[in-house]
Design a protein around this ligand. Structure first.
Ligand SMILES: [Zn+2]
Length: 303
């Protein structure tokens, strides 16, 4: 696994910071369309980090991020069309055979080029962090940002969708009165409607509600099982399998080209989106705690 990620990297950390600054300066003020889900996933993860992971992340992030992982969690979407990163486009999602409703790594993730492969490869790279910073094969800062971002993507059910409709991208719908498509409904529209209808557009309050749900609310029975992962390199397959199953049961179900999706769709799907964001956060924290923490010793990676 992984030769495709072993890019000789001439970037120094400072260069990386400069490029990120330039990139942020050139991004329009409007948020990228999937930013909210990624920010929430990363904030939830950050609150669950153990001290070793907190320290490693602070060390790897550029100074201006001030240790806040969520501030750069959607960076991989922002550079997706840059020449240097264009080859990574397929790492944001998985195409599965139409109507199969299953994920098969060998069938759907050839050469590790899918979001499950991306998570495994960047996890492998980050495992080198504790060996010291002398390993120049990898840019650890980028690896951290890509792992954090892809852990969000793999939990978005429509990121593991059918091939012919590109994960719902070609299924045109109206979200209430606005034009959208099924993929965007799950990426952003449900989250924005939730924020507007219930949280006065305040992501912090939404985040607190998600956290309350898994600490002493409706998900507190589930949370220990969310973090169950015997082998970090096979768990992404489990997450992708959950996503395509949810995509079939809730994403695609009952939706046809040109439909208007409104209250019924929103109220039944919103809890699923909320739970997937929370699961992504809990599992990202588990990965980072194990990669940067003492558990690291027990992980047998593919490299
Ligand atoms: Zn993405």
């Amino acid at each position: 696994m992984g030769s495709w990620l072993e890019t000789p990297d001439g970037w120094t950390g400072r260069m990386f910071q400069v490029v990120i600054c330039l990139m942020i300066a050139s991004v329009p003020v409007a948020q990228s369309w999937s930013k909210e889900g990624h920010v929430l996933t990363c904030r939830i993860a950050q609150d669950l980090l153990e001290p070793e992971a907190v320290g490693a992340i602070k060390n790897l992030l550029p100074d201006y991020a001030d240790g806040d992982l969520s501030s750069l969690c959607s960076w991989p979407d922002q550079v997706r069309h840059w020449f240097k990163y264009r080859w990574m486009n397929s790492l944001h999602f998985i195409d599965t055979p139409d109507l199969a409703c299953t994920f098969d790594y060998a069938r759907d993730c050839k050469n590790d080029k899918c979001v499950a492969g991306g998570i495994s490869n960047f996890t492998s790279q980050l495992l080198h962090y504790r060996e010291g910073t002398s390993d120049r094969r990898y840019n650890m800062t980028e690896a951290l940002l890509f792992l954090s971002h892809f852990m969000g993507d793999i939990h978005q059910p429509m990121h593991v969708g059918f091939t012919s409709d590109e994960g719902g991208n070609t299924i045109q719908v109206h979200w209430f009165k606005r034009k959208s498509n099924l993929h965007h409904v799950w990426d952003r529209d449900i989250i924005l409607t939730t924020l507007a209808d219930f949280y006065n557009r305040d992501m912090r309050i939404f985040q607190q509600d998600l956290q309350t749900n898994f600490t002493k609310g409706i998900w507190d029975d589930d949370i220990s099982s969310w973090g169950d992962c015997h082998d970090l390199f096979s768990c992404p397959t489990k997450y992708a399998t959950e996503s395509i199953s949810l995509a079939c049961k809730w994403g695609y179900k009952g939706v046809h080209q040109g439909d208007t999706l409104a209250d019924d769709y929103f109220s039944s799907r919103m809890p699923i989106v909320a739970k997937r964001i929370a699961q992504g956060g809990v599992r990202l924290a588990m990965f980072l705690n194990r990669v940067f923490g003492e558990h690291n010793q027990q992980i047998t990676g593919p490299i």
